[in-house]
Design a protein. Sequence first.
Length: 199
Amino acid sequence: IDYLLPGIVVLAIGFGASQTGVAIAEDLASGMIDRFRSLPITGTAVLAGRVAADAVRNLGVVVLMAGAGSAIGFRFHAGPGAALAAAALAVAVGTVFSWLNMLLGLLVRNPEAAGLAGLFPIIILTFTSSTLVPVATMPGWLQAFARANPVTGMAGALRALCVGGPTARPVIETLAWLAGILAVTIPAAISRYRHATTA
């Protein structure tokens, strides 16, 4: 359970983030975005508000899963500070997934297609990573991909914060991945939002 729960947290947050793309696509299709444009708010605030709401939901998911996990034997072995850092990192991972799915929803502009577009990369990345099984147990050809997979790093960083052991390298590598993905997806989502609302 100590190995599995951090990976399941990443999996649950990744699957939940696909709803961000669905929601923004529904808002575009239903005319909700047009109503927002009539208000004295910026387009960036609309996107950031959606992601902030998802972050609150993700925090709830982390708390719920930690509670359910503790009921069946999961424990934070690295202390309360590391437990809080693990929760913060999980929410940060969810925030990155939300921005990525926001961009996908703005690109496809169809709720059903946005849901599929958001789930497809999460399914591939999580099930070819160490979320559920150690990389060493995978076939040799898959191990190289799993080690380079950013989701492996995310799950590993959460495990290090929950279980203990060396944490600096996995956490720093994960933060670098998250920052790199955000550096691409936030400007792209804002640009796509402006294009979608002026077309």
